[in-house]
Design a protein. Structure first.
Length: 554
């Protein structure tokens, strides 16, 4: 952080748990206030943000926040491309890498609990130019994802009614803005409710899949592992014969599953608005393991049991419940009520995803403005403690959702989906690289990692595994377009355009600002450790009621 930047003093009231933020002068200094407990600490913020997210909100967002169309609808595409075993392997492999990213981000967030997540970590641990590049990479990703979710909402509603989609895009867009411009707790409560619905749907469709597989459906047809034998565990991708075609189908699933997992790393983006973030965020991160196992891996396993990979309905591209593998299986088993139930919960999932993208994107823009990488006006907050100009900035791009009214909507938003997947991959790479710098910075400065508020397990091995996989996926993401007879310019552009843009942002900043990569010995780890050690560690008490139901998120 540059010496001319402002920062704030954060004082903690241990009776109420509230945090007061007071604007101060120079950065990178540590001081104590008149607080008798000496708990004031200097941080790089300039505005008062309300800590309205409680532990149950953070845990539930971590557990079910990213469950949406990627799992409920697009999982069928993974089965069609890779077969039941290829899809299961793909979701499992990407899941292990996603866990590594979440753990790495949580360890750094526990030490530096500020809004913006990776934007702040790269500023302190790597290079301000990297913070600038990844920040704008995330900004444009959320600019794309918000209208994309609005379009998905309009398509989902058309499952029941023929009212013009423009009406629904407008209604849902205004609803998103309204909920994001008020207290952060409103968002937390909405996400809590939406997440409960999504968890109920996942458990319900998994149970339904098990019943159908065992022959408990109305048609009493016991499927078992029938579809693993015929058409088989793998698919000959693009009709390429032999083991090569099967491998390419599996590799395509890795790309599909990136979209399903996108956003899973964002639990730390609102750390500055979370109560007791040094304990709440690590607890949420540890729950992600169970989320991936129960809600992704087991669910994709059931999908492979109940629907054959050669079912043409898996690639309908309708965007509503009719392409969901669960709906396809329910219809085949003679269960008529499932389509509307799935469509209704997927609709709430899309609304949840849109809300989250709007909130996360605005906090990224806010963090960039604080660090001097975006106009300072985006640091302004309203009476509810919300950076409202950052929210309205994304609101202006909601109009892109009206593109779904055109005849080329399906093509346009397939590009947008690819852009979101690739930007997610780049974000994961930067988080992992930043964490490795932080890890080896601790080693160079001979800092005992046990002093950290929380340490991630199996590090740095998990991070090295993840970054290796991410580099390969980034370079091979558009492999299908290089196969003879399958060239698609739009696929090539949407897959690889992110790479030159990212490097232009990075080197452009370095050229204009002259920033330098921080050496391992000068990374300010000790500075933030002293701040953390000054605070008395407190955690939010978990409720003892309904423990049999809430053990996953409390």
């Amino acid at each position: 952080m540059q010496d001319n930047k402002n920062h704030m003093s954060i004082s903690i009231d241990h009776d109420t748990g509230e945090i007061d933020v007071i604007e101060k002068g120079t950065a990178n200094t540590l001081s104590t206030s008149s607080d008798p407990k000496g708990l004031a600490a200097e941080f790089g913020e300039v505005k008062d943000l309300k800590q309205g997210l409680y532990q149950r909100h953070v845990q539930m967002i971590a557990l079910a926040g990213t469950l949406g169309t990627g799992l409920f609808l697009s999982s069928g595409e993974s089965i069609a491309n890779g077969g039941p075993l290829g899809a299961l392997l793909g979701y499992t492999i990407i899941g292990t890498a996603a866990i590594s990213v979440v753990f790495a981000g949580a360890e750094m967030s526990a030490l530096i609990p500020l809004n913006g997540g990776i934007i702040r970590f790269t500023e302190h641990f790597v290079d301000p130019a990297l913070s600038f590049a990844i920040g704008w990479n995330e900004v444009y990703a959320h600019i794309v994802s918000v209208p994309s979710e609005l379009s998905a909402l309009a398509v989902l509603v058309k499952f029941w009614t023929d009212i013009n989609s423009a009406v629904w895009i407008t209604v849902f867009g205004l609803a998103m803005l309204a909920t994001t411009l008020v207290f952060i707790r409103v968002y937390g409560e909405l996400e809590y409710g939406f997440s409960m619905l999504k968890i109920a749907l996942v458990l319900g469709v998994d149970l339904m899949s098990l019943v159908i597989t065992c022959g408990g459906g109305p048609n009493h047809d016991a499927i078992g592992f029938k579809y693993w034998k015929n058409p088989g565990p793998f698919v000959q991708y693009l009709s390429i014969g032999g083991s090569l075609g099967q491998f390419l189908g599996f590799w395509k699933v890795l790309d599909n599953s990136l979209y399903a997992y996108s956003g899973i790393e964002n639990i730390s983006l609102t750390a500055g608005e979370t109560r007791f973030p040094r304990s709440s965020i690590p607890i949420a991160a540890k729950r992600v393991f169970w989320k991936i196992l129960l809600f992704y891996v087991i669910t994709i396993f059931f999908v492979g049991l109940i629907v054959p990979s050669n079912n043409p309905n898996l690639l309908l591209g309708t965007g509503n419940a009719s392409e969901s593998p669960f709906v396809i299986a329910a219809k085949g088993a003679g269960i008529p009520a499932i389509p509307s139930i799935v469509n209704a919960v997927v609709l709430t999932s899309a609304l949840s995803a849109g809300n989250s993208s709007l909130l996360w994107g605005s906090r990224i823009l806010y963090a960039m403005a604080v660090e001097g990488s975006a106009p300072r006006l985006f640091t302004r907050v309203n009476r509810f403690g919300i950076p409202y100009l950052s929210v309205l900035f994304y609101g202006a791009f909601m109009a892109l959702g009206y593109m779904s009214l055109s005849s080329t909507a399906e093509t346009v938003f397939s590009w947008l989906k690819t852009l979101v997947s690739i930007s997610t991959l780049v974000n994961w790479m930067v988080i992992t690289v930043t964490y490795l710098r932080f890890y080896y910075g601790c080693r160079r400065q001979r800092i005992d990692r046990q002093r950290l508020p929380w340490t991630a397990p199996l590090q740095p091995y998990m991070s090295w595994w993840s970054i290796s996989l991410f580099v390969i996926l980034l370079l091979t993401g558009g492999f299908s377009t290089f196969i003879h007879g399958h060239w698609k310019t739009q696929t090539f552009v949407s897959t690889y355009i992110n790479i030159p843009i990212f490097f232009m942002l990075y080197f452009g900043y370095k050229f204009i600002r002259g920033s330098q990569i921080r050496t391992l010995s000068e990374i300010p780890i000790e500075h933030f450790l002293v701040i953390a050690e000054q605070e008395e560690r407190e955690t939010e008490k978990a409720s003892t009621r309904w423990r049999w139901l809430t053990f996953l998120w409390e």
